[in-house]
Design a protein around this ligand. Structure first.
Ligand code: ATP
Length: 504
């Protein structure tokens, strides 16, 4: 097989951090090459260098023996490097075809409307991807939007495809479809770099894996030759436990009561009369396919969205119409699913993000003045306790790796000593070590007699941690199943609206 990309001794430093330290790896034609590494290991930095977003301090990159020296992504795209980022860069109001040709065509994209639709139809056929070129992107599922991003890359004649954590936002069904797309591309000889934290996916679809740790490439191995455990150990540099051990525990009294709650958005009901309770010492898991009302439900509980009907009680008090601030004060903590949008202020320092909810109160403020020393001490303590890397409390949140940003949110919310933690997709984008850490934190809260409402698209996570699992479909709770008894198949069916018990 011909070598497509050759990365030699790439080094890149930021103030106080060597993000890439003499990194070496290569990708061959028709190969799916996974890059695996802990949060902050340097994967995104490396991809940004390959894509021309950052200039390396030293080292070389060759694409089919040609030395690359990009100063912008435009040059990388022209050379044949295509990248699909975790956060899509599409324009929702435009059609699939318009989004695909945007930036590649001079003049008005609406000018050759019919030709563009035909051209995108042919392109989709050539790469075996099913998509309607005239559909509006804003109406598509996340999985289909990703397909548009991939097609856009091939419209620009990419020779190499980089997928940065492509499965992080997908439902299990969409992951299967993406894997099919990747396998077809591989059989057409297209090389793919696949960044992921999910060992099972890496094991399943990649041919080789390069493991990065603390900015260095530890090793490149044939995927077949390494077990998931081997890869996890290589990545973290120590033995990692890949399963959760949850001690048995009797739940206490109800802490949160949700009764017949209806939530409306965009002029239709998204939550249609949901009732459940979360008890002290219990992790209540909410499983469902994305977009079935779980986001609206948790936003109604946290106070971010109004309840149209029904009642929410917390610690015996009616909080249905309380403000977010009141609920936070009463003891509800919240890890939102979108850390960029709702979790952090990206242009604030870590110190400011750590005290975001409490900065105006003692001891972080006194007589209207911020108490810098106390904020710094608190931030240092949280950074250490939650292993936020690098340990620079004055770094901007924007400059942290995705996983470390997530740890900052978790640290802030858990350290407020809440009675109830609502955790939405708490481990999205995290590496195995960090997942283990967060799972243990949720179990610690449970052991302390607190309540946890866990919302996750990861069935394995829900099944491993929850004492009871509520399955939501089309805004309704299909069933509440004891965690220990739930099976993947049963949950999968309930998530698609099929209740075998009721169907007999
Ligand atoms: N623009 C920047 N300025 C300062 N430091 C940065 C910048 N970008 C990345 N870093 C630092 O470089 C290191 C590597 O980060 P990078 O985002 O490459 O990690 P990653 O392996 O992609 O992590 P994750 O899996 O969490 O996304 C981290 O310590 C990060 O804080």
């Amino acid at each position: 097989m011909r070598t497509c990309l050759e990365v030699r001794d790439i080094t890149k430093s930021f103030p106080g951090v060597i993000a890439n330290d003499h990194v070496n790896f290569s990708v061959s034609d028709g190969e799916i090459h996974a890059i695996l590494g802990e949060n902050g290991a340097g994967k995104s930095t490396l991809m940004k260098i390959i894509y021309g977003l950052y200039k390396p301090d030293s080292g070389s990159i060759k694409l089919y023996d040609q030395e690359l020296n990009f100063t912008s992504p435009r040059q990388a795209i022209q050379a044949g490097i295509g990248m699909v980022h975790q956060h899509f860069m599409l324009i929702p109001a435009l059609t699939v075809a318009e989004n695909i040709v945007l930036g590649g065509e001079p003049g008005n994209i609406r000018y050759r409307r019919r030709e563009n639709i035909e051209m995108v139809r042919d392109l989709a056929k050539q790469y075996h991807m099913d998509i309607d070129p005239s559909a509006k992107v804003g109406d598509l599922t996340v999985g289909l939007q990703q397909r548009v991003e991939i097609l856009k890359v091939f419209y620009r004649k990419a020779k190499l495809l980089i997928l940065d954590e492509p499965t992080a936002m997908l439902t299990p069904q969409e992951v299967e479809e993406l894997i099919l797309v990747m396998e077809r591309l591989r059989s057409q000889g297209i090389p793919i770099i696949f960044i992921s934290h999910k060992l099972d996916e890496v094991k399943r679809i990649s041919d080789r894996v390069t493991v990065m740790r603390a900015g260095k490439t530890v090793n490149t191995v044939e995927t077949k030759s390494a077990s998931a455990q081997d890869l996890a150990n290589m990545m973290v540099g120590r033995e990692v436990v890949l399963h959760v051990s949850k001690p048995p525990q009797e739940p206490g009294e109800p802490i949160l009561k949700v009764e017949d709650v209806v939530v409306s958005a965009d002029r239709s009901d998204k939550v249609k009369g949901v009732s459940f309770q979360v008890h002290r010492g219990e992790i209540f898991g909410l499983a469902g396919i994305d977009g079935n009302g779980q986001s609206e439900l948790i936003e109604a509980i946290t106070g971010l969205m109004p309840c149209k009907e029904g009642k929410i009680e917390f610690l015996g008090k009616d909080i249905t119409h309380s403000t977010v601030r009141q609920r936070t004060k009463e003891g509800i903590a919240y890890i939102p699913q979108d850390r960029h949008l709702d979790g952090l202020v990206l242009d604030f320092e870590l110190t400011e993000n750590f005290v975001l909810r409490d900065f105006s109160a003692e001891p972080y403020s006194h007589l209207g003045q911020l108490n810098k020393k106390s904020i710094e001490e608190y931030s240092t303590r949280l950074s250490e306790a939650f292993d936020v890397r690098p340990r620079r409390i004055h770094a901007l949140a924007r400059n942290l790796s995705g996983g470390n940003q997530q740890k900052v949110i978790l640290a802030r919310e858990v350290s407020r000593n809440p009675e109830l933690l609502i955790a939405a997709q708490p481990t999205r984008g995290l590496d195995v070590g960090a997942i283990q850490f967060i799972h243990n934190k949720l179990l610690e809260l449970r052991a302390q007699g607190k309540g946890v409402l866990l919302v996750s698209l990861e069935l394995d996570e829900i099944m491993a941690l929850s004492d009871r699992i509520g399955v939501i479909h089309d805004g309704k709770l299909m069933a509440i199943v004891p965690g220990g008894e739930a099976t993947r198949e049963q949950l999968g069916l309930l998530m698609t609206g099929v209740d075998m018990e009721k169907e007999g």
